[in-house]
Write a protein that binds this ligand. Structure first.
Ligand SMILES: [Zn+2]
Length: 414
């Protein structure tokens, strides 16, 4: 039995049928629909020469034992955001399953190295606002104390929701055992952005995930009557924030892949007859290069002080969250490029703006690489998320090729 990428597309449609409604995919982690998706996935394993278990953090592991204990990991996530698309995360899992089936068939149940497919628990963080939960438990970077008390919109704590699914947060550290013998990790994902479509390329090699600096910025001015206060005497906090909102485009524009976003802006008192006395903004900055990220952060801070001064205001910053850039393994990047070239003729290397489970695996010191397949219109986390079927099929074939090359590399390196 050889690789059958058409089966992957058929299974993706089957999963969509089972877990989507008219608004899109509803496989939010720790919900009944998500568990239904996982039960459905388990039926696809029947008859394969594998072992199947859930680890202490709820990650779903399928193991095909090989002649060597050295292990190739292939990952994805069946969970989705509410009203999500049919491909985000599930393409990775089902393509990985097809690759695993091919190895099982070709090597009569015993490939040269062990192959493990993992469906990570709660990649999206859609219900509790904590992304990459299962993979962070695997990597040992979890934050149990902070996470267990998180609540969903109905006030249910994360700890209770997980317990209902048989997962006890105290046991999270046991998930680190799954790292044993891991020699490499590969993950296929839809791009979720417009770059590959614009270049007319079906597949791309992911350089790594961008680092993120995320800050709250507050400008303080003076509330004053809109009729009585002359223009020259105003201390308009919105004017200072507005200048910064435009300046971040210049700050990001000096670097080819950098992005800066002011996603939220609130004015106080926020009424039509008052000059804005206080303006609260957020800034999200991302780049694959830590030095670029640090420079952009510095420049944004300097600019905010300059604009505050010009408007006779003051400014304060507080960090919401940050993560360093995580570049993928250089040799695996080469192997991925080779696989993409063989299957689609041309390759392109690009960074990932969104974070992925692969970032956590890489942080754990396991050589890691990701492959992207083109997203139509660059849209994701939306029911209109889509990719051409021929590109989906190519991506399964390219992942399979990458898996073969990575297995050879694992054998040679050890
Ligand atoms: Zn995803």
């Amino acid at each position: 039995m050889s690789l059958n990428p058409k089966r992957t597309v058929a299974e993706l449609k089957e999963l969509r049928e089972l877990t989507a409604d008219e608004n899109g995919a509803q496989r939010v982690a720790w919900t009944d629909v998500w568990q239904k998706a996982r039960k459905w996935f388990a039926t696809k394993l029947v008859g394969l020469p594998i072992e199947h278990h859930y680890d202490a953090a709820g990650n779903n592991w399928v193991t095909l034992r090989g002649a060597s204990d050295k292990t190739l990991l292939i990952g994805g996530h069946l969970d989705s955001v509410p009203n999500g698309g049919w491909l985000d995360g599930s393409l990775n899992v089902l393509a990985g399953l097809e690759v695993l089936r091919r190895f099982a068939a070709e090597f009569k149940g015993k490939p040269p190295v062990t192959i493990r497919l993992v469906d990570w628990a709660d990649e999206e963080g859609a219900r509790f606002g904590r992304s990459l939960l299962g993979s962070s438990a695997f990597a040992g970077t979890h934050s149990i104390a902070a996470d267990r008390v998180r609540t969903d919109k109905d006030g249910i704590t994360m700890e209770d929701a997980l317990r209902r699914c048989g997962v006890h947060m105290d046991h999270f550290p046991e998930a680190e055992k799954e790292r044993a013998n891991a020699a490499a990790y590969i993950e296929l994902h839809i791009e979720q952005g417009p770059v590959l479509e614009k270049l007319g390329l079906p597949l791309g090699v992911v350089l790594g995930t961008k680092g993120v600096e995320r800050h709250a910025i507050t400008f303080h001015g003076q509330e004053a009557h809109s009729g009585a206060t002359p223009m020259k005497q105003r201390r308009d906090a919105l004017a200072a924030a507005a200048k910064l909102a435009l300046e971040i485009r210049n700050i990001a524009g000096k670097h080819s892949d950098a992005v800066c976003t002011m996603g939220s802006l609130q004015t106080f008192p926020g009424i039509v007859t008052a000059v804005v006395g206080r303006c609260e903004a957020t800034l999200d900055q991302r780049d694959l290069d830590g030095k670029v990220l640090a420079q952009m952060y510095r420049e944004a801070q300097e600019a905010s002080k300059r604009f505050a001064g010009e408007e006779n205001c003051t400014v304060e910053w507080s960090r919401i969250w940050s993560i360093e850039p995580i570049p993928f393994h250089s040799h695996l990047l080469d192997l991925c490029e080779q696989a993409v070239r063989e299957i689609s003729g041309k390759s392109h290397r690009l960074p990932s703006g969104p974070l992925h489970d692969a970032a956590e695996v890489s942080r754990a010191g396991i050589p890691t690489v990701m492959m992207f397949v083109q997203s139509l219109r660059g849209i994701s986390h939306n029911k209109i998320e889509d990719t051409r079927e021929e590109h989906l099929e190519m991506s399964v074939t390219a992942l399979d090729r990458l898996a073969t090359e990575t297995v050879d590399w694992i054998l040679k390196a050890n």
